[in-house]
Design a protein around this ligand. Structure first.
Ligand code: HPA
Length: 267
């Protein structure tokens, strides 16, 4: 049986110290470099009963609790995706643990395909909103009325403003846009991409949306940034695949790291 979030938080405090990490960061595919800059304690997910095994190459499965540029953070080096097992709530326990540790903010990062011609591979995009194209929801089955989570300002306006200021101060180009969640693991067809673009999305990926729904349920303020690793299916001749995602992620990851590190102290 999985241990409770409180119980896991006590274990984490005993290993990494009791100062609360105000900010939780989830690192997406190929974006784990940022974890190396954190001074703190790395705890393998395997030591945290009920945490997901990270079965996706490009994700490193450690929780690192420590400081990044003087700010106390909890960095989730791996995430669980719906496509691994068919459970959209697989990140619920890690997010409950963040809350139990005293976390107030979740920043999710991801790799994504772009539907916007001027948002090329290597760009970064701050999410202004999302479209749940999967129709799945991690709160299905949750019995409490709290399951009726308002999602009107799910991507916190003040956090987005701080990220925008950090991007502008560091002269890092950052797009603003709407992210659509596609279940994966197959990539989209060109017809699906045209449909998703018509619905109003600027980028598409296989994560983040269930985490933001869960985080809002838990009362965490949220922001998210996509690293564009490819033009979405049918948008260009560029190849699409997980190897391509991992190979392209470092280009945008450097921009992501610059913006996040400049923003952290002011969040
Ligand atoms: N589609 C879905 N997920 C992705 C993509 C994409 O084109 N690129 C990186 N993750």
């Amino acid at each position: 049986m999985s241990r409770s979030a409180e119980d896991l938080a006590a274990t984490i405090r005993s290993r990494a110290g009791s100062e609360p990490p105000r900010i939780g960061l989830i690192l997406g595919s190929g974006l784990s470099h940022l974890a190396e800059a954190v001074e703190g304690t790395a705890i393998p997910y395997g030591d945290l009963d009920g945490f997901p095994g990270s079965g996706v190459s490009g994700h490193s499965a450690n929780l690192i609790v420590g400081t990044l540029d003087g700010v106390r953070v909890a960095v989730f080096g791996g995430r669980s995706h719906y496509y691994e097992h068919g459970r959209s709530d697989a990140m619920r326990l890690p997010l409950e643990v963040l809350k139990a540790l005293g976390g107030e903010i979740l920043i999710a990062t991801n790799a994504a395909g772009s539907m916007t011609p001027e948002m090329r591979t290597g760009s970064i995009m701050c999410l202004s909103d999302h479209i749940n194209f999967s129709g799945l929801n991690p709160l299905i089955g949750e019995p409490k009325d709290a399951r009726f989570v308002p999602m009107t300002a799910a991507y916190d306006p003040a956090l987005r403003e701080a990220l925008r200021e950090a991007a502008s101060e560091t002269e890092t180009p950052m797009h603003d846009g709407i992210y659509a969640w596609y279940s994966g693991p197959s990539f989209e067809t060109p017809a699906e991409i045209r449909a998703i673009a018509m619905l109003g999305a600027d980028a598409v990926g296989m994560s983040t949306v269930p985490e933001v729904i869960l985080a809002r349920f838990l009362g965490l303020r949220c922001a998210a940034i996509s690293v564009i690793t490819n033009m979405a299916a049918g948008m260009s001749d560029e190849s699409i695949g997980h190897d391509h995602t991992k190979a392209m992620a470092p280009i945008g990851a450097a921009k992501l790291e610059t913006v996040l590190r400049a923003a952290l102290p002011r969040l």
